[in-house]
Structures are given as structure tokens and as C-alpha cells.
Design a protein around this ligand. Structure first.
Ligand code: ATP
Ligand code: MG
Length: 137
């Protein structure tokens, strides 16, 4: 069993896609272990995306991520990190495979509906970022 952090980003929350996206997680044996609706401050978004500091899209990305409520969740399952990323599809929805969350619900490379941790180390950092000291269900 492996754990990963996902965020249903502000665009998908505002568009009313929380239910559709959770349905995809549940249909794919990704169990919700924790969930929190967060309204990130700009500073919190910058801390979360610190690895992207200095990139051209950093300012715009962190403004977007702090623009409204987002749903952060810990998911658990076999090979959860890689399987979640496969379900999400490519960062740019124009390149995402049919049936993926981003193909279904993302608008563009920035407003792309979901986040998923990309490695065990980043999953550990990201879970602690949103759920510090929280005992997972
Ligand atoms: P995430 O980290 O959100 O799961 P990812 O790993 O597919 O997505 P990253 O390269 O880590 O993509 O980029 C983080 C986020 O930054 C992307 O999900 C997207 O919202 C935004 N982003 C990435 N590249 C660009 C870009 N070229 N222009 C605008 N926004 C971008
Ligand atoms: Mg990433």
C-alpha cells in the first residue's frame, strides 16, 4: 500500500467536478484517508509549489491555486502515486489521454483540475503540508 496527495484544484471545485473526480478515485481502488477543503493563501500556495519557484508560470500558478477553495486529500492504494498520475493524464490537457481526469475536466496547462504527488518523497512532504499531525483514517 502506498499513499499520495491529491488536490482537486480551484478550477474543478468551482466548476462542480468534485463528485466526478472522487468517483474516478473510488472506481480505481484509491481510498480516501483524509480530506480537507482549503482556501490557500498566496504564501501557502508558494510554499506548496516551492520547487517551481523561479519558473515563468510560478506567479500565475500560485495566484490560481489561491483563487478559491481546493480539496486536498490523502489517497491510499497499491502503487497509488503512479496510478493516480495515470488517471490524471498529461499536465497539458491537450496531450491527455481519453478518459483521464484532465482530458475530462481541465481547461489548459495551468488550470488542469488536479494535482498528484510525483514520488514517495514529494508525497511525504505534501501530505505533511496539508495534514500536519493528523492521524489518517
Ligand atoms: P501537479 O504537480 O499539479 O500534479 P504536474 O506534475 O503534471 O502537475 P508540474 O510540472 O509539477 O506538473 O507543474 C505543476 C503545476 O504547474 C501544473 O499542474 C500546472 O498547474 C502548472 N504548470 C506546469 N507547467 C506550466 C506551464 N508551462 N504553464 C502554466 N502552468 C504550468
Ligand atoms: Mg508536479
Amino acid at each position: 500500500m502506498e499513499r499520495t496527495l491529491t488536490i482537486i484544484k480551484p478550477d474543478a471545485v468551482a466548476a462542480g467536478h468534485i463528485g466526478d473526480i472522487i468517483k474516478i478515485f473510488e472506481a480505481n481502488q484509491l481510498t480516501i484517508k483524509a480530506a480537507r477543503l482549503v482556501s490557500l493563501t498566496k504564501k501557502e500556495a508558494e510554499g506548496f509549489y516551492a520547487v517551481h519557484r523561479g519558473k515563468g508560470f510560478f506567479e500565475s500558478l500560485t495566484t490560481f491555486m489561491s483563487s478559491g477553495p481546493a480539496l486536498a486529500m490523502v489517497l491510499e492504494g497499491d502503487d497509488a502515486i503512479a496510478r493516480l498520475r495515470k488517471l490524471m493524464g498529461a499536465t497539458n490537457p491537450a496531450n491527455a489521454e481519453e478518459g483521464t481526469i484532465r482530458k475530462l475536466h481541465a481547461q489548459d496547462i495551468e488550470h488542469n483540475a488536479v494535482h498528484g504527488s510525483d514520488a514517495p518523497e514529494t508525497a511525504a512532504f505534501e501530505i505533511a503540508y496539508f495534514f500536519p499531525g493528523v492521524e489518517l483514517a
